[in-house]
Design a protein around this ligand. Structure first.
Ligand SMILES: Cc1ncc(COP(=O)(O)O)c(C=O)c1O
Length: 306
């Protein structure tokens, strides 16, 4: 059942330890109560060696997630950036997914997390296309009956482990109904996002994505795609849309560090557009060029690790 191939090292609480020695106690507080914040970042091979995509932005979001939860991470942004770089170098694999995580450790039980020390780890592993190889034909999505949690209960803009229980419910429902991925609506019935992706809609050459106020994570891939849309001179709006506007879209696609830029070919049995995704393809090509160091205009988004 183990799907992850062990690499050599894991960064744990300030030092690189052997993969098998990165262990935590079963009474780790964050394991019981979901008090953990994390990031998901990709490192890709480029002509100048392995490069981490938008590393400072990811670690800024990591620190902001912690701030929302009053969690004191004992490292600053540049120390976290360096931890990621050191880990990529130590494991020597050019293309990996990086997972910084901070959590309340083994100390006290009970619902006040401030009584347990905060532990921080960065792990990387080889992780292929998260939503499978559906890039050419697109994937099949379903609107979930689970509502995206609301910022008055669990703030979606903090990438907190607890949020992913909501994501897991939606994901399991989608997969057990024969779909590849879920689309979650918010408490107002408007489209919010996928369990681990943002969503975009194309209608008559106008591209839109739900605004941050719709209860989404502000995705870094989403932000990159918004820049691509400007560079492609396409009309773009941050605006809410409904479930039925999903069905009538010319194109739909997910964005995320794990998923990349992924076309959606069907929602709940309705084919989307004509099944060719001219705008999604253009954006995807830009994204692939950017992450692989083949687009000089986006080179400032890369942190080289050599
Ligand atoms: C709920 C959710 N929405 C959107 C995204 C996409 O964010 P990003 O592009 O920064 O990976 C993610 C992934 O982190 C996510 O978990």
């Amino acid at each position: 059942m183990v799907g992850i191939r062990p690499l050599k090292k894991i960064w744990l609480d300030g030092r690189l330890v052997d993969w098998d020695d990165a262990r935590i106690h079963v009474l780790t507080h964050g394991l019981h109560y979901g008090y953990a914040v994390f990031e998901g970042i990709r490192c890709h091979d480029t002509p100048k060696g392995p490069a981490i995509f938008r590393l400072p932005e990811h670690n800024d979001r990591f620190l902001n997630s912690a701030k929302i939860y009053r969690m004191k991470i004992p490292y600053n942004r540049s120390e976290l950036d360096q931890a990621c770089i050191d880990l990529v170098r130590a494991n020597g694999i050019p293309e990996t997914y990086l997972r910084p995580i901070a959590f309340s450790g083994y100390g006290e039980m009970g619902l006040d997390p401030t009584k347990s020390a905060i532990q921080v780890a960065v792990i990387n592993w080889v992780w292929g296309a998260y939503l499978g190889d559906g890039v050419d034909q697109g994937i099949r999505a379903t609107v979930s009956s689970w509502m995206r949690m609301d910022s008055r209960s669990l703030p979606p803009q903090a990438k907190c482990a607890a949020n992913y229980a909501n994501s897991a419910l939606a994901k399991m429902q989608a997969v057990s109904s024969g779909y590849d991925e879920a689309i979650l609506l918010n408490g107002s019935g408007m489209v919010a996002e996928g369990p681990g992706e943002n969503i975009f809609r194309v209608m008559k050459d106008v591209v839109s994505t739900p605004p941050a106020s719709s209860g989404i994570l502000r995705g870094i891939t989403r932000d990159s795609v918004i820049q691509f849309l400007k560079d492609e001179h396409l009309t773009f709006h941050r605006t809410d849309f409904t479930r039925e506007e999903l069905f009538t879209s010319d194109e739909l696609f997910y964005t995320g560090s794990a998923a990349g830029v992924m076309p959606i070919r069907e929602v709940d049995g309705r084919p989307i557009g004509t099944g060719s995704y001219p705008i999604t393809k253009r954006l995807r090509l830009r994204y692939e060029a950017a992450i692989h160091g083949k687009a000089p205009e986006y080179e400032s988004w890369l942190t080289y690790t050599r």
